[in-house]
Design a protein around this ligand. Structure first.
Ligand SMILES: Cc1cc2nc3c(=O)[nH]c(=O)nc-3n(C[C@H](O)[C@H](O)[C@H](O)COP(=O)(O)OP(=O)(O)OC[C@H]3O[C@@H](n4cnc5c(N)ncnc54)[C@H](O)[C@@H]3O)c2cc1C
Length: 543
């Protein structure tokens, strides 16, 4: 590989694959895409339900652990992140949710011109090849396929929807459409029964371009600065150190943990922390790693009097029949996420916006820890789960260096439930799960609440249970937050790092605030818009 390119992109994850594909559309520029992990050619990555297997696979997963979290009784939390081409988009649950228009209007109103809903919608549409066809909200012919599984979802999902209706909630035909509020069925990123990560959608189809070089097993250890200008990166590849120079820009797409860590080990971070670590400061940037936001969810498990996915996936014969079905038409449970039903609802009618996200999965895992995600080994009886998380938690955590060594995991402090608003929403969400389980069509088929169990009664006991069991849904964001004030944010509205030149961050870390739902689709949007900005800047059409 050459050692000088126009653009050097760090991280071939969800955002990095979009960036590399879009930037290399201009044949006269050269792009290097550097990824710490290896190939995504694995059946467990490509088979949709395979994400149960990749969850704990150290060959393709960074496998982070957080620091003890006070509000969760001092528990730590396991945070899987993809270390592989496709990044976390190669190991995620594929649920495709953009968030609500107000999420992006909030981004704009926080001092980020150009990031309101009307500004970002064209970038969402451009990324899509949607089963629902073209409309004001959706596109076809874009790189990433979105599958509408409504007709194929497990029959129990219908009871979930009917229960929502019985409780007076609207039914949403499309969480990404104009009526996104209510109970509904999630759309997912698959194409013809295979995972549609951005690696599959954007990168693999263009890897033959002569101006694009993907380099795997390249752990970038430092950004190279000349004065305050980023001019390249230093990396370790199979034990060898190399320098790759960037003629135009270095673009960090290393994700919400990797990007702030790389900035910090390179001397862009809080001055006192850098000094403490013995790192020479390039730029005092106190907001690097600060402002971390994530969704924190809890699941309730119910034994059912009718068959659930457990009955299909647990027995050997059931597995064989699911595999046959998949081989026959790429359909059946192996072609989907287990997160099939869900919702975006208000905890009370006077809540100004939907503030709780719901999941309904026709499957349960009470015999193995949920964190192990034995998707193909559920409980040996009929059961299902209901979960919720706050849409827009207000607590903010932090990522700081634990060592100046770039190979040492940083210290992750999610700081969940640090605000009264978040605690109040935890209370409201647990009460809502009980109401859902106690109502009409679902109540009729529930024979027992397995977890937390009928003995847990009352607001305070449910909150204690939440503190004891709630966990991440793997959506860290905001650690290189976008904003206009360098004291409080890391990048400006053009995604350039404040105070230095030639360096942008373009991934989930730049969200000013976490969006109301799953964060992969908005990360794709950020990368589509980021790529458009980088290309316009090179052509001299923007400053
Ligand atoms: C188990 C799981 C389930 C999820 N489920 C969903 C879901 O259903 N729907 C949804 O919307 N979202 C989901 N998410 C979240 C979503 O996948 C991520 O938010 C999204 O992929 C983030 O994209 P990114 O580009 O910011 O980072 P990533 O996709 O994580 O990419 C970062 C890339 O940078 C590489 N990298 C990091 N550091 C370095 C370095 N120093 N040198 C070189 N390379 C480096 C990494 O290996 C990785 O490939 C899930 C995530 C997980 C882990």
């Amino acid at each position: 590989m050459a050692d000088e390119f126009d653009y050097v992109i760090v991280g071939a994850g969800t955002a990095g694959c979009v960036m590399a594909s879009r930037l290399s559309e201009d044949a006269d520029i050269s792009v290097a895409l550097l990824e710490a992990g290896g190939s995504d050619l694995s059946i467990w990555i490509q088979l949709p339900i395979g994400y149960g297997r990749t969850f704990f696979d150290p060959k393709i997963n960074w496998m982070f652990d957080t620091r003890p979290i006070d509000a969760l009784g001092g528990r730590t939390s396991y945070w899987p992140r993809g270390k592989v081409v496709g990044g976390s988009g190669s190991i995620n649950a594929m649920v495709h949710v953009r968030g609500f228009p107000h999420d992006f209007d909030d981004w704009r109103d926080a001092g980020n011109p150009g990031w309101g809903w009307d500004d970002v919608l064209p970038h969402f549409i451009r990324s899509e090849d949607h089963d629902l066809g073209v409309s004001e909200r959706h596109g076809v012919g874009g790189p990433q396929h979105v599958t509408d599984i409504t007709a194929r979802a497990h029959p129990l999902c219908r009871r979930f929807l009917e229960t929502g209706r019985a409780l007076g909630f609207p039914i949403s035909p499309d969480f990404n459409g104009p009526d996104g509020e209510g109970f509904g069925i999630y759309h997912i990123n698959t194409r013809r029964g295979w995972r549609a990560s951005t690696a599959n959608a954007y990168l693999h189809p263009v890897l033959r371009r002569r101006n694009l070089a993907l380099q795997k097993h390249c752990h970038v250890t430092r950004i190279l600065f000349e004065g305050k200008r980023a001019v390249g990166v230093i990396l370790r590849q199979r034990g060898r150190e190399r320098t790759i120079r960037a003629r135009h820009e270095v673009i960090l797409c290393a994700g919400a943990i990797g990007s702030p860590q790389l900035l910090q080990v390179s001397g862009v971070g809080d001055g006192a922390m850098l000094q403490h670590m013995g790192i020479e400061a390039v730029q005092h940037a106190p907001a690097v790693g600060a402002n971390l936001q994530d969704h924190l969810a809890v699941s309730y498990f119910y034994r059912a009097s009718v068959p659930t996915l457990n009955d299909q996936l647990r027995p050997l014969l059931g597995k064989a029949s699911a595999a046959l079905r998949y081989a026959f038409d790429r359909g059946g449970p192996l072609s989907m996420s287990v997160n099939q039903g869900g919702g975006f609802v208000r905890s009370s009618p006077d809540a100004p916006r939907p503030n709780l996200q719901l999941y309904f999965s026709p499957v349960s895992y009470t015999r193995t820890p949920l964190s192990e995600r034995r998707l193909l080994n559920p409980d040996p009886f009929s059961a299902f789960l209901l979960s919720f998380n706050s849409c827009r938690p207000t607590s903010r955590g932090r990522i700081t260096l634990a060592s100046p060594d770039p190979f040492v995991q940083p210290a992750i402090q999610p700081n969940y439930l640090a605000t009264e608003v978040d605690v109040a929403e935890a209370r409201a969400g647990t009460a809502l799960l009980r109401r859902i389980a106690g109502t009409g069509p679902l109540a009729q088929i529930i024979t027992e609440e397995l977890v937390p169990g009928a003995q847990v009664q009352g607001d305070d006991a449910l909150l204690d249970d939440f503190r004891a069991r709630a966990d991440t849904v793997y959506h860290p964001t905001c650690t290189c937050m976008m904003g206009s004030d360098p004291a409080r944010s890391v990048v400006d509205a053009s995604l350039r790092v404040h105070g230095v030149d030639g360096l942008r961050v373009i991934d989930a870390s730049v969200f000013p605030s976490i969006t109301s739902g799953n964060v992969n689709a908005p990360t794709v949007m950020v990368a589509e818009k980021g790529a458009a900005m980088v290309r316009a800047y090179r052509r001299g059409t923007t400053s």
